[in-house]
Design a binder for this molecule. Structure first.
Ligand SMILES: [Mn+2]
Length: 197
């Protein structure tokens, strides 16, 4: 089974994350931030990855540490669950509509962490959540999962829809990229024979 559990505790946050890449998209998420829980819930549902996140953070400061540190822990969990990446599809890309918004998310499970994030939000906040934290989360996730991730919102008007299209796009791209490719015959999908450098 491709599973992993990560526990991460600092003076700012205390986080436990579990993933099952071959799950059914079941989420069990509690970060103390309603909108963020909504995004992680979507991520699980649409990726098919079972995701559990329990986070207690310094929300009296703001939502920054909790959002970023969940991204770090979830990225580490996905990387650990992927193991040597044998047999994975590796590349995937989707266009993900959410009403008037369209985002493109393209992923390479390369072992080389890169984020290109071309997303602009019309509003500074969605509920209590600072929209600038969407980028912080994607950056933390990509760096720690060791993936190359390109996210671009091509157009959109509503900040909630824009964020949702990014998370759902990541979900659908991840779903395809982590899937076992039957034609790979268990090989690591690189002419170098390994991923990560
Ligand atoms: Mn929504």
């Amino acid at each position: 089974m491709r599973t992993a559990t990560i526990k991460r505790k600092t003076k700012e946050t205390d986080i436990a994350v579990s993933v099952n890449l071959d799950g059914k998209g079941v989420s069990d998420v509690a970060t103390g931030i309603g909108f963020f829980d909504h995004m992680l819930d979507l991520l699980a549902r649409h990726s098919g990855i079972d995701i559990s996140v329990k986070a207690q953070g310094d929300l009296h400061v703001d939502h920054h540490h909790t959002t970023e540190d969940v991204g770090i822990a979830l990225g580490q969990a996905v990387k650990q669950a992927l193991g040597d990446m044998a047999g994975i599809t590796r590349y995937a890309g989707v266009h993900l509509p959410m009403d008037e918004t369209l985002s493109r998310v393209v992923i390479d499970i390369s072992g080389r962490p890169v984020l290109v994030f071309r997303v602009e939000f019309p509003r500074d906040k969605i509920g209590e959540f600072d929209t600038e934290l969407v980028r912080e989360w994607f950056h933390a996730f990509a760096m720690n999962a060791g993936i190359t991730l390109h996210v671009e919102t091509l157009y959109g008007e509503n900040s909630h829809h824009i964020s949702e299209s990014c998370f759902k796009g990541l979900a659908r791209a991840l779903r395809a990229a982590v899937a076992i490719d039957p034609r790979a015959n268990g090989a690591v999908p690189s002419t170098k024979g390994q991923l990560g450098g």
